[in-house]
Design a protein around this ligand. Structure first.
Ligand code: SF4
Ligand code: SF4
Length: 93
């Protein structure tokens, strides 16, 4: 069995300069649960208490769709899969 942290041994990324997920940080600043920070398996989301600001990096996104489901605040100004040829590749065989 593979846990999520081990999964990164079996994936590679071709990173697009154009982010496939874009957030409105102003919406996140008013979010009362920040579920993305606790459910994203790639830990792409972080919350800074000091800055009262969401941090997001798309480079390690596993394209699982969890954040799209978890966010009930319409914080995404863009959410799509990476353009063809970019994003995660799984090497599980
Ligand atoms: S992305 Fe959605 S769930 Fe995450 S902090 Fe922003 S508003 Fe909340
Ligand atoms: S699609 Fe999955 S891996 Fe990518 S940012 Fe959302 S929760 Fe994280």
């Amino acid at each position: 069995m593979i846990n999520v942290d081990d999964l990164f041994d079996y994936v590679s990324f071709t990173i697009d300069h154009e982010p496939h997920i874009v957030l409105d940080p102003g919406v996140c600043a008013t979010c009362n649960h920040r579920g993305c920070t606790t459910t994203c398996p790639a830990r792409c989301y972080t919350w800074s208490e000091e800055d009262q600001k969401i941090g997001f990096v798309y480079d390690g996104c596993l394209e699982c769709g969890t954040c799209y489901i978890v966010c009930d605040k319409q914080a995404f100004t863009r959410w799509r899969y990476p353009r063809g040829g970019f994003g995660v590749s799984f090497r599980l065989t």
